[in-house]
Design a protein around this ligand. Structure first.
Ligand SMILES: Nc1ncnc2c1ncn2[C@@H]1O[C@H](COP(=O)(O)OP(=O)(O)OP(=O)(O)O)[C@@H](O)[C@H]1O
Ligand SMILES: [Mg+2]
Length: 238
């Protein structure tokens, strides 16, 4: 079973004329996060990741929570796109499916990915009780998702410890930061490597860590937007 997808280009090698992709093996590293200030290209990258999963992983199904209701207009007819205040319903629906597998009532093990765009804005909107329950669902999927093939891609402008229950941050195995990250952001998401992150990074470039190594990276160009959107819609209807 294919469980590995390309993520981003190695920027150091790219600058020497070599194309090398950093990948994620979703079976070994079930969850990831993309962070960076507004406009650095998180959504652009998230869409690429969604399209690649859709293309490469058979029977994959993806749910997108787009609180800003801004970036997935083209997929509005898809059943697994939840916008603005519907994101709560989307998270609950994904969690219910996760529980069915967890409890053995669903023996299917096809690949499922939940993409949360702008976790910070989403959590800022709902009241405390709802946010606590969202954090609980995210934590349980993070800790127990792998064995039932449930995965998370969490994206936010500003990483903040208050968004996560204890231990969740450390379980987001692959971290990609785009643009320049604040000192706090580096400490929280890249602790061991924070002093090595000295290169200037802008839109579509930044750093990736898998916890073991740090890489300077670049988001590849998308030549065919129609094809990208086709694969995103396919996964959002899965
Ligand atoms: N790697 C890239 N190559 C070409 N264009 C890009 C790239 N990354 C981002 N862009 C363009 O820059 C703009 C902002 O990108 P995007 O919406 O992905 O940023 P964002 O980090 O998600 O911002 P926000 O936090 O406000 O949601 C978009 O119009 C997008 O098409
Ligand atoms: Mg965005």
């Amino acid at each position: 079973m294919q469980t590995t997808t390309n993520l981003v280009l190695d920027k150091t090698l790219y600058n020497r004329g070599l194309i090398h992709y950093h990948k994620i093996d979703w079976d070994k590293t079930p969850h990831m996060t993309t962070i960076g200030a507004s406009g650095t290209g998180k959504t652009f990258l998230n869409k690429l990741i969604i399209a690649r999963v859709s293309m490469k992983i058979p029977n994959s199904s993806i749910t997108v929570l787009d609180f800003k209701a801004d970036d997935y207009h083209f997929a509005r007819s898809c059943k697994n796109l939840y916008e603005f205040d519907k994101v709560q319903e989307g998270l609950e629906a994904y969690y219910q499916e996760f529980l069915l597998r967890q409890q053995g009532r669903d023996t299917d093990r096809s690949f499922k990915l939940l993409v949360i765009e702008e976790l910070g804005s989403m959590m800022g909107y709902f009241d405390k009780k709802v946010v606590e329950s969202m954090k609980m669902m995210i934590a349980n999927i993070t800790f127990m998702g792998r064995s039932v093939n449930f995965h998370l891609l969490v994206s936010t402008q500003r990483p903040d410890t208050t968004y996560f229950k204890a231990g969740v941050r450390d379980s987001l195995g692959v971290v990609i930061a785009l643009g320049s990250l604040s000192k706090e952001g580096k400490s929280m998401m890249f602790n061991d490597f924070k002093d090595e992150m000295t290169e200037a990074q802008g839109q579509g470039s930044g750093y990736l860590t898998n916890g073991v190594e740090l890489y300077s990276i670049k988001v590849p160009h998308v030549k065919d937007v129609a094809k990208l959107e086709h694969y995103i819609k396919q996964a959002l209807n899965g």
